[in-house]
Design a protein around this ligand. Structure first.
Ligand SMILES: C[S@@+](CC[C@H](N)C(=O)[O-])C[C@H]1O[C@@H](n2cnc3c(N)ncnc32)[C@H](O)[C@@H]1O
Length: 330
């Protein structure tokens, strides 16, 4: 007996975005093996289990893995939780004797739990150490901001945050160094952008997002994760990706367009490509899905979300680890 995803309770720690739509795209048959590549609070995993799947879930944040142990205990051997990066999900699965799966799902970005804990340093609304590391290892946001030169900071703000005044913000950050707290950084950005106190949209949103994407190497991870998914999905297996940022969505869209043969004729910007020589590894992707008004009203995080999904063909995975350079950048 399986439950409808819409009937499942919502976790107060993290309301999973587009949960019903993701489960519909995965078309889970009971007994299938599915990967939740971004476990978080386990919202998608719970829905996959309720649909009758066996789930292997992964997260790079050790806190998510520790908190997920309660669900592992509830799931009656149908859930395996792995601490690691989804960019190497094929290796993590192979280490557990799993060569192929029926579905794989990515819910890219940061969880509400990470944002809500000031001490993780992700939020401009809660003061805490300037950290932002999902995996709680490697270079922190403070370490990077205190050593990087102005150009490097400006480029990150521009490319990963769409911050049009990236040079002005980067200059202010360099002048205010050393920085150690999120509240300090938010104040520097607001001042640089002449933000009137109490105005509705906080201008530090874009820069915080950009710094987080850079610190966690999120775009490289996404590219590696998509290629790994192509390698582990069985013919007929389903891929679902929810993203929250236009650059991430472009990477997913271009990956699926390239891998489904949509590039075979080339384009005005791109000569007839590599793609023409290779068999498509995905069928034509489903139309992109956006949250409905009710979900956007209930969960403001949903407003920038996009779901893309596609079904794996029987063609061998393309060689190499990543997409072609053209497909990432166009
Ligand atoms: C948006 S949340 C996922 C929420 C989840 N779908 C749910 O319903 O609770 C994203 C999660 O993915 C994790 N994550 C982000 N990038 C990752 C990566 N490259 N590898 C593994 N986990 C990652 C984050 O630590 C975070 O817990």
């Amino acid at each position: 007996m399986t439950d409808r995803p819409a009937d499942l309770p919502r976790d107060p720690r993290h309301d999973p975005v587009l949960r019903e739509e993701v489960i519909a795209a995965l078309a889970i048959a009971p007994g299938e093996r599915h990967v939740d590549a971004t476990f978080g609070a386990g919202g998608y995993t719970r829905a996959m289990l309720a649909a009758g799947a066996e789930v292997v879930a992964c997260d790079r944040d050790p806190d998510a893995i520790a908190e997920g142990q309660a669900l592992v205990a509830e799931a009656d051997s149908r859930l395996t939780l792995i601490h690691g990066r989804f960019g190497e999900i094929d290796r993590l699965l192979a280490e557990r004797g799993i060569e192929s799966v029926d579905g794989i799902t990515f819910d890219i970005g940061v969880s509400s739990m990470q944002l809500d804990q000031g001490e993780r340093g992700f939020s401009f609304q809660k003061d805490g150490p300037l950290d932002m590391r999902m995996a709680q290892e490697g270079e922190s946001a403070a370490e990077w901001l205190n050593r990087a030169d102005e150009d490097e900071i400006a480029n990150v703000l521009f490319h990963y945050g769409d911050e049009r005044q990236s040079r002005r913000v980067a200059r202010a950050i360099v002048a205010a160094r050393p920085l150690s707290r999120t509240a300090e950084l938010a104040t520097v950005i607001r001042k640089a952008l002449r933000h009137p106190p109490g105005a509705p949209k906080d201008p530090s949103t874009k820069s915080f997002q950009a710094i987080r994407i850079h610190i966690n190497g999120e775009l490289d991870e996404l590219v590696a994760g998509l290629a790994a998914a192509e390698r582990v999905l069985r013919p007929g297996g389903r891929l679902a990706v929810v993203s929250f940022h236009s650059t991430e969505d472009r990477i997913v869209k271009n990956f699926l367009r390239e891998r489904s043969g949509g590039d075979a004729a080339g384009s005005r910007h791109r000569p007839a490509p590599v793609a023409a020589a290779r068999a498509p590894t995905f069928q034509t992707p489903a139309r992109k899905v956006r949250p409905g008004k009710a979900e956007e009203a209930r969960n403001p995080r949903a407003r920038s979300a996009t779901l893309r999904s596609a079904v794996r063909t029987a063609a061998p995975a393309w060689p190499g680890d990543t997409m072609t350079k053209e497909a990432i950048s166009c």
